[in-house]
Design a protein around this ligand. Structure first.
Ligand code: NAI
Length: 275
């Protein structure tokens, strides 16, 4: 049986993912700010380095997979922190763990993005470039500036919506760029993204109220299936991507969002290649 690291294991989708992986008979190294095997703040460079070192030690140098689930939502006030936690958290952790992943027989990594990356019309291209360039300090500063352009009504409930959507956009793009590099693809380390839509977790309820208040037909974005997601709906796909049998998909983004992205951008995919 394998050894898997799951970030954000104390709550929501991370807790559900850890449970599914454990039920399949594997060992899970949970990583979170609290209630986890590895306590680390993935919003800081020191926390990420400590997490990489502790996961490496706990896995005895061979890690079968990583589910990078930890993250925050657009209700967080500090847009700079959102960029650090949601972009640099998973990317630095995965870069740091790639060598121990490469030692496994069928290594897999999956990252939780968001359908906000394609359904929120507030992606800041400068911030995307700064994130992908790895310039954390400048990205943090710019994330705060980018947020100033958000309409006041929206900023009141989602004070970091632009930084949130942009960090998830850059994360998905990082996965596409990274997954096909030889040190990942030719080492057999497969890397994919899941883009959830509205999933009922403490994070979502923090911005929308109690579960009883939720009505999919009154949600601001279309919900074709008429229901919200549960953490288990995401955990199912996290587990599928981590299985050794999932061996011919890398660099992909899977929308697990009840059809929201397809409803908002029916012709958004596929994108034609132009000469
Ligand atoms: P949650 O709040 O239930 O769980 C997130 C976990 O991440 C928590 O246990 C939290 O302590 C941990 N975490 C946050 N900041 C951290 C840090 N700096 N270092 C280490 N751990 C940290 O939230 P949920 O909904 O399960 O979120 C999981 C992921 O899904 C996040 O990346 C979120 O952005 C993403 N997401 C959530 C959606 C939703 O509707 N709930 C929609 C789309 C994406």
């Amino acid at each position: 049986m394998g050894i898997y690291a799951v970030t954000g294991s104390a709550s929501g989708m991370g807790a559900a993912s850890a449970a599914v992986i454990r039920e399949a008979g594997h060992t899970v190294i949970g990583v979170d700010l609290r209630d986890a095997d590895v306590l680390a703040d993935l919003g800081t460079a020191e926390g990420r380095a400590a997490a990489v070192a502790e996961i490496t030690a706990a896995s005895c140098g061979t890690l079968d997979g990583v589910a990078a689930v930890a993250g925050v939502g657009p209700a967080m006030k500090d847009a700079g922190a959102v960029a650090s936690i949601n972009y640099f958290g998973p990317t630095a952790l995965l870069e740091g763990l790639r060598p121990v992943l490469a030692r496994a027989r069928a290594p897999r990594a999956v990252v939780i993005g968001s359908n906000s990356s394609s359904t929120v019309p507030m992606i800041d291209p400068t911030l995307v470039d700064l994130l992908l360039a790895g310039d954390e300090e400048t990205a943090r500063e710019h994330a705060r500036i980018a947020q100033q352009g958000v309409p006041a009504e929206l900023a009141a409930t989602s004070p970091s919506i632009s930084a949130y959507a942009t960090s998830k956009f850059a994360l998905a793009r990082w996965v596409r760029r990274t997954a096909v590099r030889p040190e990942w693809a030719r080492e057999g380390v497969l890397l994919n993204v899941i883009a959830p839509g509205a999933v009922v977790t403490p994070l979502m309820l923090g911005s929308t109220g109690t579960a009883d208040d939720l009505d999919a037909d009154k949600f601001p974005t279309p919900m074709p299936l008429g229901v919200f997601g549960a953490p288990e709906d995401i955990a199912f796909w996290v587990h599928q991507f981590l299985r050794p049998e999932a061996r011919f998909t890398t660099g992909a983004t899977l929308y697990v969002d009840g059809g929201t992205d397809a409803a908002m951008r029916p012709d958004g995919q596929p994108t034609a290649l132009t000469l």
